[in-house]
Design a protein around this ligand. Structure first.
Ligand SMILES: C[S@@+](CC[C@H](N)C(=O)[O-])C[C@H]1O[C@@H](n2cnc3c(N)ncnc32)[C@H](O)[C@@H]1O
Length: 217
């Protein structure tokens, strides 16, 4: 599915969020207290979060990893001349030794990993003591406004725009369905703590449509 939408992925992000996704990445990165040296950008897609981290001096070197090679290829031109590398790898079996990174981040990938607890443990495994985690995600809505948003805009506009601009109604139907099936923010907080993270700090975007969470090892 991600391979199918890769060529139009950036365009759809900008249109469906009215460019708010750019601001959300910036704001989430402000949750990091300093500038980690080696940072894993898991499910990096077309590298938007890693590139923003470099631009904002929130990472010295970014190691992008995604299980979908066409997504990596679609973004390759954007990382030319930047300290952002790329590797193919699965979130549940990361191709890195224990304690490889000072920071790890995931933007809109966690929901897709199949086993949120196991992937949180993998992220903890590859971080060094003192390392930081950052996750941006669409969590299962519990409050009225996000429920209304996903029940209307998410249900009808996502698939329609996805069909028109990417020729893929199914992928953007999956987007809304996967949000409804995912963890709530309370579940997510508990999952991160059970995986060994501490000091979780949250930020909410657009009245709870999306969230960012940072945590420490
Ligand atoms: C919605 S995109 C997010 C891309 C990018 N982080 C961003 O913010 O634009 C989700 C990404 O997760 C990747 N992905 C999904 N499951 C994965 C897994 N098990 N291991 C690694 N990457 C995965 C997909 O290939 C896709 O690039």
């Amino acid at each position: 599915m991600f391979a199918r939408i890769a060529p139009k992925y950036d365009l759809l992000n900008r249109v469906l969020s009215a460019r708010r996704d750019v601001a959300w990445r910036k704001k989430a990165l402000s949750l990091w207290r300093d500038t980690p040296g080696d940072v894993l950008d898991l499910a990096c897609g077309t590298y938007d979060l890693g590139l923003e981290a470099i631009a904002l001096n929130k990472a010295k070197r970014v190691h992008g990893c995604d299980f979908c090679q066409p997504m990596l290829v679609a973004g390759n031109a954007k990382r030319t001349g930047r300290a952002v590398s790329a590797a193919v790898g699965d979130a549940l079996h990361l191709p890195y030794a224990d304690g490889s990174f000072d920071g790890a981040m995931v933007a809109y990938g966690w929901r897709n990993f199949g086993d949120p607890a196991a992937s949180a443990r993998e992220l903890k495994r590859v971080l060094r003591p003192g390392g930081q985690l950052l996750i941006l995600e669409f969590f299962r809505p519990e409050k009225v406004w996000p429920k209304v948003f996903y029940g209307t805009f998410g249900r009808f506009v996502f698939p329609t725009v996805g069909g028109v601009l990417a020729g893929d109604t199914a992928a953007y139907t999956y987007l809304n369905d996967s949000i409804k099936r995912f963890l709530t923010i309370a579940d997510a907080d508990r999952t991160l703590r059970e995986a060994g993270f501490s000091n979780t700090r949250w930020v909410s975007f657009f009245g709870g449509i999306s969230h960012g969470v940072a945590a420490d090892v």
